[in-house]
Design a protein around this ligand. Sequence first.
Ligand SMILES: Nc1ncnc2c1ncn2[C@@H]1O[C@H](COP(=O)(O)OP(=O)(O)OP(=O)(O)O)[C@@H](O)[C@H]1O
Length: 268
Amino acid sequence: MSTLPHGATAPDLIDMRDVDKVFSNGTIALRGMSLSIKQGEFVSFLGPSGCGKSTALKMIAGLLSVSKGAITVNGHPAGQSRDGSDIGFVFQEATLMPWATVFDNVHLPLKLHGLGKAEARERVDEALAMVGLSNFATSYPRELSGGMRMRVSIARAMVTRPKLLLMDEPFAALDEMTRSKLNDEVLALWKSHGLTVIFVTHSVFESVYLSSRVVVMAARPGRVVHDIPLATDIPRTADYRMSTTYAETCKQVSTALEGTMTHVDLNH
Ligand SMILES: Nc1ncnc2c1ncn2[C@@H]1O[C@H](COP(=O)(O)OP(=O)(O)OP(=O)(O)O)[C@@H](O)[C@H]1O
């Protein structure tokens, strides 16, 4: 358990203890990563290319094994929760089935759990409504814009009603306006569903706008070098993007990120 600023306690949802990841070709993707994340946090993993952000996310999801150390999610070793449906994963590409409708794409995780179309309809409709795509259930991915395809991908991650949403640079390929809009939509989902979110990004601006905490990582070997808590009581609005507080926080995080370039471990 960790103590929140107002004195209440929230359980640690994720606990990473001294985690290493060494790939079979000898690459040390992560060394000694320790991190606790409380239920309800919005945490960004920010760092240069190759610092192990995606690797850390995939290990938390149980998609990759750890080489050393341990990761628990909700008290279970990563990847060993009862049915895996308490984690939603959104990749950089929307990775939709081009031959299937929006409805069928979002239905997929429930189908894999044995839920037929009729039984799943309410849940799929709910997920599509969450991302504003109720009118596109019968459309095909090729008929949608890049932003809409990413919304389908988010609906597919949310259809199992996960507690934890893992997002791996989901908006990197989108234009600035669509990206800002989707940032706001993810924040709204985070708040309304009491989610815990881990969001991988290269963007200082995006991490500061979204997060309650920015974990700055360095490469060679991948590791955590800064853990920066951010104020969450300031509403994330268009005004906030223009504020001096936002500019100053971006500068602080940017300086921390620039510092990662000098944090090369010469023993590696
Ligand atoms: N399957 C793999 N086999 C071997 N090496 C890998 C594998 N996956 C990742 N790596 C290496 O591990 C390191 C960390 O990779 P990772 O993709 O986690 O970094 P990242 O911070 O997410 O990078 P980016 O921001 O460019 O996506 C890199 O050096 C990468 O080349």
